[in-house]
Design a protein. Sequence first.
Length: 268
Amino acid sequence: MEKIVFEDIALDYRESNGTVFNALDGVSFTVNEGEFVSIIGSSGCGKSTILSVLAGLNEPKSGSYRIDGAETRGTGKNRGVVFQHYSLFPWMTIRKNIEFGIKQNFPKQSKKELAEKADLYLKKVGLKGFENRYPSQLSGGMQQRAAIARTLAMETDILLMDEPFGAIDAKNRIILQDLLLDILDTADVKKTIIFVTHDVDEAILMSDRILFMKNKKIEKDINVPFPRPRKRNELLERSGFRQFRQRIVNLFYFDEDEKQDFQEGEGI
Ligand SMILES: Nc1ncnc2c1ncn2[C@@H]1O[C@H](COP(=O)(O)OP(=O)(O)OP(=O)(O)O)[C@@H](O)[C@H]1O
Ligand SMILES: [Mg+2]
C-alpha cells in the first residue's frame, strides 16, 4: 500500500534580501507502507528539504503530497523526525526529553503510563541507568540514542531521519545502525522510514530502496536486492554485494550506474 506519495513537488527558498532560490524542481516518488527508503545525493542537492516538506516545516510552491492517501500540508502526529544534530532539550533530563515526546502524541497518558513508556524506550536504546542525566552529560552517541528513543516513543508510523548518525564516530555508528535495524525488525508495527545519508554502505545495509537525488529531483530509484533481516557481515559476503555497491558509488562519480571499471577510492 502506498504510504507517502510525492507528486512533482517544487520548492523555493526566499532569502532575507528577497532572492529566490529554487531547491526542489519536480520531485516525485512513492514510499510503500513498511518500507525503508534512503535518499542519497551530493551536499546541497535538496535531501533535507524533502524531509522538511514531509515534516510540514516548509511549504512547496507547486505539486502535492499524500500520506495514507490524503493530501497533506503542515505538521502531523503521524510523523516523527530525527535530525543529524541531536535535537534534545538541554534543560531537560533524558527521561524528561522522552516523556516530552510522548506527551506530544499522547497528551492524555497518566504519569505512570508516561514513565512506563519512557522506560521501555530507554531500555530499547540501552540508556537505562542514564535517564536522570542531562544531554550535556552524555556522549554524542548516547545523545543520539536518546533522540532516537524520543522519536520512537512517539510511536508514529512514519519516521523521517536526516543523517541521524552523521556526527557519530565509526564504531558508534555501527552500533547505532545495528540497534536501529534490530528495533525495526522486532517492532510490532512496521514503520515507514525515509532516511537521508551520505554513507553508501549505510544506505545499502538499511534500505529496501535507495533514491538518488540530482538536479533538484529524484534521478534514480533503485531496489536493494538483499533479503531481510540483514546482518552486516552476511551482507558483505553475499555474492553481488560488491557490484551493487559499486553501482551506487558510480552514481556519484560517473553520473551513471552502468560503468564497472571504477577502482574503489578511500573514504567511501
Ligand atoms: N533556509 C534556506 N534559505 C535559502 N536556501 C536554503 C535554505 N535551506 C537550504 N537552502 C539551499 O537549498 C539547497 C538544498 O539544501 P538542503 O539542505 O536540502 O541540501 P541537502 O541535500 O540536505 O545537503 P547536505 O547533504 O549538505 O545536508 C542548498 O543549495 C541550500 O543552500
Ligand atoms: Mg541535509
